[in-house]
Design a protein around this ligand. Sequence first.
Ligand SMILES: [Zn+2]
Length: 315
Amino acid sequence: MSTGVSRAGEPELTEVADGVHAYVQPDGSWGYSNAGLVCAAEQSLLIDTLFDLDLTRRMLDRLGPLTGPAPIGTVVNTHANGDHCYGNQLVADAHIVASAASAREMDEVPPALLHALKGLDLGDDGDRFVAEAFGPFRFDDIEPTPPDETFSGSLELAVGDRVVTREEVGPAHTAGDVIAHLPGVVFTGDIVFHGGTPVIWAGPPSAWRAACRRIGELAPAVVVPGHGPVGDLAAVEAMDAYLAWLESEVPPRHEAGLSVPDIARDLDLGAFGDWSDRERIVVNVDAAIAALDPAHQRMDAVTAMVEMGRYRYRR
Ligand SMILES: [Zn+2]
């Protein structure tokens, strides 16, 4: 059984625009995701719940002074990863919305699967990695609470007297990524890891880059990433730069016949090596090869954990 130590500091709640709040959990690494709250006259919109019930409860308590006069009427899950939706049962009275592709993915990766992952024997590197990445969170008491409305494309949502646009930009990080925006602010979900390495569970990288361009077109002053501190378009440009680098560096090594872990080890991360969670390069190389070669089989989740552990501890 894995156990881990929490790296989380005290979450920060920041008003990034009039009545628009970002809830940021340090240090933004595995599982420490962000959320958002848009307050209108008599109701609020919550963007994402958190990885487990304790974290989500703590957030809802912290939001209490805002949601007392303007209760949460609607929740948008930006995507299906548990750190953005496993707390849904604590807001089950609200209307919960996600993309149709995300809703399907939520069914495929229930909390019980993450709980089971922590109990597997993955060898020294795999066990240590799973303990560090997922050990701090509790998955055995979560009741999966799927969205009650799904959509594809783009949808405007009235929150009291304000309008928040939900726009599907996936597949990129996952199959059904959604951004939520209103004038001046974009909540990017995991299209942006600010100061952290992106992880391409779905891809292709080119679709993720298109999502970055879409965020750029919206020209927000404020970018609330899925992980890491609140930023601006520079955080989006940094994601695009990493993905462009991946698209140029992986093909020649794949053509030379190197395996996914060998390509990952061969790559010089340069300045990207300063970002947290560098080991995601293994999954990202795998995704970049899948984009080149339709016959390439993506590695399964368990293999990905083992290979990321090897990269993290042995490189
Ligand atoms: Zn996340």
